[in-house]
Design a protein around this ligand. Structure first.
Ligand SMILES: Cc1cc2nc3c(=O)[nH]c(=O)nc-3n(C[C@H](O)[C@H](O)[C@H](O)COP(=O)(O)OP(=O)(O)OC[C@H]3O[C@@H](n4cnc5c(N)ncnc54)[C@H](O)[C@@H]3O)c2cc1C
Length: 397
């Protein structure tokens, strides 16, 4: 239940620090296993300072980023379906996913390769077929696409709140508005979680603090960089244009000839928004994790508009937009593991702008690591070691 720090118990099996989507999913996993758990979040239940707020996110499995993500994606797909069935609200809608670009682009080539090798249902479409099936998209004659029919649009805030409320129903305690300042190893292998004028003791900690991780774990500090990234809202030029609704308008990624990646999600009246569109790998600038949330500049808007005006001639800018934070590693992959410097601490960070879809799988992994040190999925590809051996880290934050 939601509680105050004064009313929290003195000791827990596990404390989850940070209740973005990763912390919320982990707390749900731990509580439903019957553990005595506390979730602590520095800010309110609804805040836009982390990376998990807002209406919608994309889920896809034909992962151009690499086959090594697929085991976690498969578990996460099952997890989203389970959550969607279990709660009253809709959490996931099967919109299908369209990944468009030149045939040899990293997006199309990579998505198709992963789909073929990992047995993910998909179709390979030429330009004529893209226009026939998805009339809102105007592509060049040589464009091709991978279409993944099972790709989802996730309702982000709803999913996070559903995890938290299910965790509390299973017995978890929740405290909002209290920042954890430090984690101290205690005698007998337990840990003390310390805030301003309070502390609780526990057997293990899961750190899911996104871009704030470096303040807790020096071993990661130099390897992650929080980055501001703008996101834009579009309307339709014709208000009742059905080509832009789910069914005819899948979630999409588009790679242009210069390698820029644009993502987008359909209009979804139930959450009150227009189409959400943004660059995935451009317009990034280093920022403090809780810092600059300035709206897109005119120059940023123009650059994004130039990338979408030919692809989606039926949309128009609303002028609305905001910025959010990606916590980046240099190889744009995650860090998941157990701290060598602070025993008893399991962590996730550097979700590099594509972590939301993995929350059910990562929550399960973190819960297992915290309980018995073993992951049900091989997550060795997401260890810190690769940053040391390949120079995947970022410095100069
Ligand atoms: C614009 C945008 C679009 C995106 N689109 C997609 C998408 O389509 N698909 C996808 O898979 N991913 C997407 N992502 C990425 C995804 O949203 C993130 O990877 C994910 O939300 C990261 O979640 P997190 O829980 O790790 O971090 P966060 O959401 O940042 O949560 C960390 C929490 O820790 C709390 N905290 C920090 N310090 C402390 C402390 N000392 N004590 C207590 N609490 C603390 C913070 O307040 C915060 O609530 C997108 C991201 C953005 C910004």
């Amino acid at each position: 239940m939601e509680t105050t720090i004064a009313a929290a118990r003195a000791t827990y099996d596990v404390v989850v620090v940070g209740l973005g989507i990763m912390g919320a999913s982990t707390l749900d996993q731990l509580a439903r296993r019957g553990l005595k758990v506390l979730g602590i979040e520095a800010r309110g239940p609804l805040n836009d300072l982390g990376s998990s707020h807002g209406e919608t996110r994309i889920f896809r499995r034909a992962y151009w980023e690499g086959d090594h993500y697929v085991p976690l994606l498969n578990r996460s797909y099952a997890g989203w379906m389970e959550l969607d069935d279990a709660v009253h609200d809709s959490i996931a809608v099967k919109t299908g996913g369209l990944f468009v670009g030149p045939p040899e682009s990293k997006l199309v080539h990579g998505s198709r390769g992963t789909a073929l090798r990992c047995g993910i249902p998909h179709e390979y479409l030429d330009a004529g077929e893209i226009s026939r099936r998805f009339p809102a998209f105007h592509v060049q004659d040589d464009a091709v696409a991978v279409y993944e029919p099972d790709a989802l649009m996730l309702f982000a805030e709803r999913a996070r709140l559903s995890y938290l409320s299910r965790a509390t129903r299973a017995g978890a305690d929740l405290v909002h508005g209290r920042a954890v300042r430090s984690l101290r190893p205690s005698t007998g292998g337990s840990l003390t979680v310390v805030g301003d004028g309070w502390q609780v003791s526990c057997g293990a900690v899961v750190l899911a603090v996104g871009g704030w991780i470096g303040g807790f774990l020096p071993e990661i500090d130099a390897l992650v960089t929080p980055m501001r990234i703008p996101v834009y809202e579009f309307d339709l030029a014709e208000p009742c244009e059905r080509d832009h609704l789910p069914g005819r308008f899948p979630v999409f990624l588009f790679e242009d000839a210069a390698g820029a990646l644009v993502y987008g999600l359909p209009q979804w009246q139930a959450v009150g928004g227009g189409l959400k569109i943004g660059f995935h790998n451009r317009q990034l600038s280093p920022v403090d994790p809780g810092g600059d949330r300035s709206p897109p500049t005119d120059a940023e808007r123009l650059e994004l508009w130039r990338a979408v005006e030919t692809l989606l001639p039926g949309v128009r800018s609303t002028g609305r937009g905001r910025s959010c934070v990606y916590t980046m590693s240099r190889d744009e992959s995650f860090f998941i593991g157990q701290s060598r410097e602070v025993p008893g601490v399991t962590y996730v960070s550097a979700c590099s702008g594509h972590g939301f879809k993995f929350a059910p799988g990562i929550g399960e992994v973190l819960a297992h690591l915290a309980i018995d040190g073993r992951s049900p999925v091989d997550v060795s590809a997401f260890g810190l070691e690769r940053a040391v051996s390949t120079g995947a880290g970022i410095t100069g934050r």
